[in-house]
Each structure stands twice: as structure tokens, then as C-alpha cells.
Write a new protein. Structure first.
Length: 472
């Protein structure tokens, strides 16, 4: 796809739309924001990938975004939408340079509708800020990515982000009723209605969610909400055999328990995170992995009954002393350790695979990952949402050669993804494909599927300007 360069005339026209204060160029970054802030719009967290945008725009609303898209569509200028930039697959990297369109100024919670248990929000609102706002009126928005304290709802929609609560409550896509979207050609549409049910034409809402900013820019979302669960119990279960931790996951569900969190952490993952946080953590020498199991609901007595059922299931396994965290401080610390594994791994140079399989196949996946990593000689740090079969496999750079790191890992990563598909899974559960996993999508999707996706992309974005070069 050939794109046109931004001319001074186009920059002037863009300035007329958003105002000079919200146009950042490399030359002017110092004037309106530090050079680093400008540069950060082109940097990725997963690896040290950096693509310089020609200009960063910070529009105020859908109307300004519509005018920007009309202009860029007409002049074939590439546009990369960006939320908070916390993504893990390079989905917001401006690989064709051009415009980075930041949604940071679309940051209002427009309405919390307590009668209908719905909320209308802009994409630049931080996930946790929204969770806290609805909690104040006794309502619950469950999707809770590890980055919830910094990620934007718009990015969560782009990837249908998950997080620990997805095992009981589902992912972002399960809470979207309606979307206001600016199409690549500049039209503004609503995809559906503010109803729980909708059988009116194709589901454009679900098509937009997970499209990683390639089909349109989401400028408003109507979420459904739930009543806030008043109580929760948290158990940390130490396993002397890693495989048994993975096997116990589906046994808990078979016993009829649906936990609100079922997280797997191999030993090294917990140790790295505790060290990153400066928490003194002693894991008994014979412990190889942990399950962090959360139960939530409105009736605390019922939760303790369910906890007893979990204990009964675990009797069949080689587990150490189970920690039942019953103070808020203990629960917070355990979740801090779990939620910072990703950050602790980032301290090393790593490649991250967001593998996902049917939950009962997790033992086979874990075994396969360890066999492949041993055979190719690299270290992994494995952890993740065991309850939904979503294992984060982090390959650590360590002292791998440049050749192995840059080229040689392609084969073992391919084998890991092929194993996922063989086990009935796929190559991304929640982080998306973006740029980093693009080369592997053919492992999970047939050419026919990819051609259908290309056809849809062409209908929405005939000039191919929106987030070019991502997914496929
Ligand atoms: C998690 O479950 C995130 O912790 C990954 O999905 C976080 O790699 C990260 O930064
Ligand atoms: Zn995750």
C-alpha cells in the first residue's frame, strides 16, 4: 500500500481541526510536550521496537476525529490510533509513520445509568478509574487487565482484553452493547442499540471489538454492568509438582466451582515479581508452582462452603499449606505479586506469547512449552489465567545469541503455537496480534479466514490507511 507524506499544508489543515496545542511534531515536541512524550508515541513495551510518527494529534471528540479521518482518507495518510500504549503486541506502533491519533483527550465517563445497569464512556478513560466510578454506586465492571491502572478502555476494546476475572465474568467484548465509531472514511456510526438483546442485522459491535484499531476508531462505548459482588475469598495453593497445579484447575471446575480468579504462577514468576516489588517472599524449596484462587459473591457463608469444596478437590494433589488470605492487606499483596509478574519480566528482555487452550489441555500445553524450551535451550517464565486456559509464556533473552534471539526463536515459537492449535486453542487469548504476532497468524487461521478478514478491512477502509500493517 503506498501512502502519501504529510505536507506542510496538510499539517496546517490538521492544526485547524485540533488546534496547534494538540499537534506534536518532532520539531515542535519541545514546545508542546517533551521530546520523550512525543517519541513514546512510537515506542512499544513488548520489545524495543520504535517507529517515529510524523505527527501526533490529540483530538477532543468524535467530530474532530471524523474531520481528521476525512482528510487522511482523501490524501492517503496512514493513521495509527493509540490509547495508553500499554499494549503487548505492538498494535499502536506507527509502522508506516504518518499520524498517531491519540484518544487521551476523550476521557469522560458520560453517564452511569443505574436503572438499566449501563454506562456510556469515552475510550480514553483508564480501566480502573471506570471500575471505581461504577463501584461507588454499587455496580461492577469486571474486565480487569493486569494494566488496569494505566490502560485505556479503548485499548481494552481494541483487543477484547481479559484479565483474572475473565474466568467467571468474561472479557471486554462480553460487556459491550453499543459503540460510536469513526470509520476510516470519516463517517460516524453507532453499531447497535443500548439493549442486552439485539438481533438486528450483522453484529458490527462484535466485529469492531478486537479489530485492533484497523476498522474504525471507537469514540464512545455503552457497557452493561453487574451488581458489585460484596465478598471475596482468596487462596494461595502451593504445588510440589508444576503439572499437578495445571491439572487441578479443571478439577475445581468439575466440582461445580466457578472461581472469579484462577491464576497459575510457576515458582520463578512469583519470585521475580516479589523481587521487582521489593517484597520478602520465601517459597518453600519443594514448591514448584502456585494457584491463586479467588471466589466472590454476595453471601460470605456460601463462599466458605465453596472454599471447603475446593480444599476437598485439592486433597487429591501434592500441595503444601494453603494460605487463606482473609484480610484486605493480604489479598492486595497477593494480587500485587500476581499483577506485577509482567512488569518484573520486562526488566529482562523477553518475547511474550499469549497462548490459550481449552482449560483441561493446560497440562499438555505447559509440558510442551517446557519440552520445547529445553530442546532449544532458552528460559521461560510461565504464568497466567489458568481458569480460562490462557498461559503467558515469556521467553527470556538471557545469553541467547543475536541470531537465536532475532531469527532462531521463530521455529520454537511456531512449535508452541502449533501445539496450542493442536490442543484446540489459538495464538492469542487477550493481548491480540498487532505487529509482534502477525507472522504467526497463519498457524491459527486458514487462508480463507484471512481473505474474509482482508475483504472486511477493504470494505471499512478502502485506502487501507487505518493502522496499516497490523494483524495480517
Ligand atoms: C497478565 O496477565 C497480563 O499479567 C500480561 O496479561 C502482563 O505481560 C504483561 O505485562
Ligand atoms: Zn493476562
Amino acid at each position: 500500500m503506498n501512502f502519501n507524506a504529510l505536507t506542510p499544508e496538510i499539517i496546517v489543515a490538521l492544526e485547524a481541526i485540533v488546534g496547534p496545542a494538540h499537534v506534536l511534531t518532532a520539531q515542535r515536541a519541545e514546545a508542546t510536550a517533551t521530546a520523550d512524550a512525543y517519541a513514546d508515541y512510537g515506542r512499544d513495551h513488548t520489545e524495543d521496537l520504535y517507529f517515529a510518527p510524523d505527527v501526533v494529534l490529540r483530538p477532543a471528540d468524535a467530530e474532530e476525529i471524523s474531520q481528521i479521518m476525512r482528510l487522511c482518507h482523501a490524501h492517503r495518510i496512514p493513521v495509527t490510533p493509540r490509547g495508553a500504549g500499554t499494549g503487548l503486541s505492538g498494535g499502536a506502533l506507527p509502522i508506516e509513520h504518518g499520524v498517531v491519533l491519540s484518544t487521551e483527550r476523550l476521557n469522560k465517563i458520560i453517564q452511569i445509568d443505574e436503572r438499566n445497569l449501563q454506562a456510556t464512556v469515552e475510550p480514553g478513560v483508564v480501566n480502573e478509574a471506570f471500575q471505581n466510578a461504577v463501584k461507588e454506586v454499587g455496580l461492577f465492571y469486571p474486565p480487569d487487565p493486569a494494566s488496569k491502572g494505566s490502560c485505556f478502555l479503548g485499548g481494552n476494546l481494541a483487543h477484547s482484553s481479559g484479565g483474572p476475572k475473565a474466568v467467571k465474568y468474561g472479557t471486554t467484548r462480553d460487556y459491550v452493547l453499543n459503540l460510536q465509531v469513526v470509520l476510516p472514511t470519516g463517517e460516524i456510526i453507532w453499531t447497535a442499540a443500548n439493549t442486552l438483546k439485539n438481533s438486528t442485522g450483522y453484529n458490527l459491535t462484535q466485529l469492531m471489538v478486537g479489530s485492533e484499531g484497523t476498522l474504525g476508531i471507537i469514540t464512545k462505548v455503552v457497557f452493561r454492568l453487574l451488581p458489585y459482588p460484596q465478598h471475596n475469598i482468596l487462596m494461595l495453593v502451593p504445588f510440589r509438582q508444576e503439572a499437578q497445579a495445571a491439572e487441578a484447575v479443571s478439577a475445581v471446575f468439575r466440582a461445580g466451582i466457578i472461581p472469579s480468579g484462577m491464576e497459575f504462577m510457576e515458582r520463578i514468576a512469583m519470585e521475580w515479581s516479589a523481587r521487582y516489588l521489593g517484597i520478602a517472599l520465601t517459597v518453600p524449596d519443594d514448591v514448584r508452582a502456585h494457584l491463586l484462587i479467588e471466589l466472590d459473591g454476595q453471601d460470605l457463608d456460601q463462599l466458605y462452603k465453596e472454599a471447603e469444596q475446593v480444599y476437598a478437590v485439592l486433597e487429591g494433589y501434592d500441595v503444601g499449606e494453603i494460605l487463606l488470605a482473609d484480610t484486605a492487606a493480604q489479598k492486595d499483596e497477593l494480587w500485587r505479586i500476581r499483577r506485577n509478574i509482567g512488569n518484573s519480566v520486562k526488566a529482562a528482555v523477553y518475547k511474550e506469547e499469549d497462548t490459550v487452550v481449552p482449560r483441561a489441555e493446560l497440562p499438555a500445553l505447559l509440558k510442551g512449552v517446557k519440552e520445547i524450551s529445553t530442546r532449544y535451550g532458552f528460559q521461560t517464565v510461565c504464568y497466567g489465567h489458568a481458569g480460562d486456559g490462557n498461559l503467558h509464556v515469556n521467553i527470556i533473552r538471557g545469553n541467547l545469541s543475536d541470531e537465536m534471539w532475532n531469527v532462531g526463536l521463530r521455529q520454537p515459537i511456531t512449535e508452541i503455537f502449533e501445539l496450542c492449535v493442536k490442543l484446540g486453542g489459538t495464538i492469542s487469548g487477550e493481548h491480540g496480534i498487532g505487529l509482534v504476532q502477525k507472522g504467526y497468524i497463519g498457524i491459527a487461521l486458514a487462508e480463507t479466514n484471512l481473505n474474509l478478514m482482508r475483504g472486511i478491512k477493504n470494505v471499512f477502509d478502502p485506502n487501507g490507511i487505518l493502522n496499516p500493517g497490523k494483524i495480517f
